[in-house]
Design a protein around this ligand. Structure first.
Ligand code: ADP
Ligand code: MG
Length: 497
């Protein structure tokens, strides 16, 4: 791949050094497990968490004479992902054998695509932020390619004192390898890139993105250079399986390389591993020890070929993706900040859309972001486990909008529903939480407070701000249920009189 620099150096991203600043250059190779029932070349199940070797066909175990048969669903998923990355779809692609020996690879080679991948160049637009003002910087990161390949099995070294076992459940599961151009310039951008890629694939339903289950992992290529200078020598950190670890790995690696260069040394191109316990990367193999994979076209498989109609049909069936959804939410009056938060997770976006259905979008967004997401975050819960449904939250919003309850009482109502469930309107009725708009009742409370505090009434005539104290007293007296606007008006009238 020829390296082209598409970015203007941005001092915001620079790493300080002894004599001058440094610029990070990052390129990511993301492995994403395809969401499909069966493996790439066999009918075995892809279900996660089954007994070791429960999902293994004769093909996956590489029994002699077995032949791979391409799973059309995986081809569709790869093309759909390519379309979601605005990438060039190649109507003809070829599977190659990548030869190496490893105990969890019974074939002795991995079927992959080197020279003719199924998807060519594309782009991922990321929003980096929010900054202190709530603003986002929009950056385009180039995608070099997306190709199909098989996953390997798993060696288990902790099951027996003297032997290693192997679990081939993952062996042959379809992966998409998505290779970025070296366009990423900071840790935040790298995190935003993986987050966005994961979000696009989750919207598409092509990869579940569960990094803790290994369905999404990244090889992280890092180099440093003088800002805007020539590309430096990179190191590749293998198999990073969390976004937080990726940030730590890049930070450690950048500092390590800068230290070497500032002492007059040079960087050896090598493959490294990140140790999350130590927060360090360490060398795995150098360029000299690199494998010779002896790639050649797999003679058991024909090239994958399809026509434009196949691609067009898939394009027509694509769901709304995060960028489009975000633009639509902003057109509905949401701020960039709110829209970005809501679309970043499809389940959150779906929830919000139910709350906002037929209601004030801004109000729905505030309640979803500040109250619901805030509470979920505090409780360490996922939106799927939310004790308050979108229907219930919508009900709360309706009650505020209809002036039945005040914003303050609505918070109490939210908490009641969070803990005990129930229908918002019914709870308000049963517990007498409705706002008192009946001026007679409010007037009685106002009169009582005024009569009990003649000195404060005097003060309030001098200092109109004192009214606030009276409002507080009336609210206390009415259990927070008096309509604040009515209370204010009445107090003003009576005190000024
Ligand atoms: P390989 O197949 O040997 O890993 P590629 O040239 O296909 O090599 O690049 C792999 C990844 O490394 C790509 O994501 C690419 O953007 C990235 N990359 C290439 N050069 C650099 C560099 N100098 N610094 C950081 N990343 C780089
Ligand atoms: Mg590589």
């Amino acid at each position: 791949m020829t390296l082209v620099d598409t970015r203007t150096p941005n001092p915001k991203n620079f790493f300080p050094g002894e004599d001058h600043d440094w610029e990070l250059v990052i390129g990511l190779e993301v492995h994403a497990q395809i969401t499909s029932q069966a493996k790439l070349f066999s009918g075995a199940s892809t279900e996660f968490g089954n007994e070791p070797n429960a999902n293994v066909s004769l093909v996956d175990a590489a029994m002699p004479g077995m032949l791979p048969v391409i799973n059309e669903e995986c081809v569709r998923q790869a093309v759909r992902t390519g379309l979601g990355l605005n990438a060039k779809i190649n109507n003809r692609s070829v599977f190659d054998r990548k030869n190496y020996f490893y105990p969890d690879l019974p074939q002795g080679y991995q079927i992959s695509q080197l020279y003719h991948p199924i998807v060519g160049e594309g782009t991922i637009t990321i929003q980096v932020g929010p900054d202190k003002e709530g603003g986002f910087e929009t950056v385009e990161i180039g995608v070099e390619r997306l190709h199909l390949e098989q996953d390997a099995g798993k060696s288990m070294h902790d099951q027996h004192p003297t032997m290693s076992f192997v679990d081939l459940n993952r062996s042959g599961v379809a992966l998409m390898e998505i290779v970025s151009k070296p366009d990423i310039r900071s840790i935040d951008e790298a995190k935003a890139y993986v987050t966005k890629l994961r979000s696009i694939m989750r919207y598409l339903g092509t990869c579940d993105g569960n990094m803790d289950q290994g369905s999404l992992r990244a090889d992280v290529n890092v180099s440093v250079r003088k800002p805007g200078g020539d590309f430096g020598t990179r190191c590749e950190i293998k198999n990073v399986n969390s976004i937080r670890f990726m940030g730590q790995a890049i930070e450690y690696e950048a500092k390590r390389q800068i230290d070497i260069l500032e002492e007059g040394g040079s960087i050896d191109q090598e493959t490294r591993l990140f140790d999350p316990n130590k927060g360090e990367t360490r060398s795995m193999r150098s360029k000299e020890e690199a494998h010779d994979y002896r790639y050649f076209p797999d003679p058991d498989l024909l090239p994958v070929e399809f026509d434009n109609a196949f691609v067009e049909a898939l394009k027509t069936g694509l769901p709304e993706l995060p960028d489009e959804k975000r633009a639509r939410f902003m057109a509905d009056g949401l701020s960039e900040y709110d829209a970005s938060i809501l679309v970043s997770d499809k389940a959150v976006a779906d929830y919000f859309e139910q709350v906002a259905d037929g209601r004030d979008a801004k109000m729905a967004a505030n309640w979803t972001i500040n109250d619901l997401l805030g509470a979920l975050n505090k409780a360490g819960k996922d939106i799927a486990e939310s004790p308050v449904s979108a229907g219930q939250l919508g009900g709360i919003v309706d009650l505020i909008k209809a002036d039945t309850i005040s914003g303050k009482i609505a918070k109490d109502l939210f908490e009641i529903i969070w803990n005990d469930g129930g229908d918002p309107a019914k709870i308000v009725e049963e517990r007498g939480m409705a706002q008192v708009t009946d001026t007679g009742a409010i007037e009685a409370a106002v009169d009582a407070i005024i009569a009990a505090n003649p000195d404060k009434v005097e003060q309030a005539r001098e200092k109109p701000n004192m009214i606030g104290w009276f409002v507080g007293q009336v609210m206390k007296e009415t259990g927070g249920k008096a309509n604040p606007k009515a209370v204010n008006e009445l107090l003003r009238k009576k005190i000024e009189a």
